[in-house]
Design a protein around this ligand. Structure first.
Ligand code: ADP
Length: 268
């Protein structure tokens, strides 16, 4: 077990109970998709696991060890958080921005090492950004910026990536590319938890799906266990159509069929 949260709760100042009594564990090699409607608590959960928000109840352990007293650098060597977007766009090049992911590996006075350079080059390559390394961040499209955020986390070379909606500004080709990249990390002794609204990308890539609603975990299981009407309808309502797609070669799921779930116009 890489990380284990037990009885997690977070109440925002003002009294919004965004997470309540939530258990979640993540093991090496897993690609967990965290689903749920707007306001379900998905971002709050990722930030709590990343140590960016304090939990108001419960505990989080890393390989069985409490994380509470860890410094930001100690955390960053183990886990990387990828936000949905940046509050302020840094006036730096893509290469410099991605290199910031190395800070957890660097001492105050140490120079950039060959390992740092290699990690940054590899991250740029993996996120299909090598050609843009010298471009200024503010000159990029929304999708390119989102890939920069993922690349910065890749450069961090941590064992767990917590990624908040990585595909919402991406065209279909890059959506698949990002998920394929994320999936490839799970083959390198890493684990990834991804918040997404895309039920069909989750269907194709998740090794496990966690469904949240109103701050609570309402389902935690395989793609076929969670992406079905009896589980989703109480959370998303009746406006979805359900089908399945036969796949040629086995992926992360547990059969040759993948559920397809589509938002569908109502007849009324
Ligand atoms: P999700 O990511 O599933 O859309 P969030 O974790 O962002 O949900 O939010 C969960 C709940 O917490 C929502 O009701 C949201 O309005 C509330 N919330 C989120 N951020 C804050 C904040 N900074 N202050 C107060 N309430 C917040």
């Amino acid at each position: 077990m890489l990380i284990e949260g037990r009885g997690l709760a977070h109440t925002y100042p003002g009294g919004v109970e965004a997470l309540a009594d939530l258990d979640l564990s993540i093991s090496t090699g897993e690609l967990i998709c965290i689903l749920g409607p707007n306001g379900a608590g998905k971002s709050t959960l990722l930030k709590a696991l990343a140590g960016l928000l304090p939990i108001t109840a419960g505990s989080i352990a890393w390989r069985g060890e409490p994380m509470i007293s860890w410094s930001p650098k100690q955390r960053a060597r183990r886990l990387a958080f990828v936000p949905q977007s940046l509050m302020a766009l840094p006036e730096v090049t893509v290469g410099t921005f991605v290199a910031q992911g190395r800070y957890a590996h660097q001492g105050v006075f140490t120079r950039v090492t060959p390992e740092d350079r290699q990690a940054v080059e590899q991250a740029l390559e993996q996120a299909d950004l090598a050609d843009l390394a010298d471009r200024a961040m503010p000159d990029l499209s929304g999708g390119q910026r989102q890939r920069c955020l993922v690349a910065r986390a890749l450069a961090q070379q941590s064992e767990l990536l917590l990624i908040d909606e990585p595909t919402n500004a991406l065209d279909p080709e890059h959506q698949i590319a990002i998920f394929q990249l994320i999936e490839s990390l799970t083959h390198e002794e890493r684990a990834v938890a991804v918040v997404t609204h895309d039920l069909n990308l989750a269907s194709q890539f998740a090794s496990r799906i966690v469904l949240l609603n109103e701050g609570r975990k309402v389902a935690d299981g395989t793609v076929n266990e969670v992406l079905e009407r009896s589980v989703l309808e109480p959370v998303y309502g009746p406006g979805l159509r359900y089908s399945s797609w036969k796949i040629e070669e086995g992926g992360a799921g547990d059969s040759g069929e993948r559920p397809i779930v589509l938002p569908w116009r109502s007849n009324s």
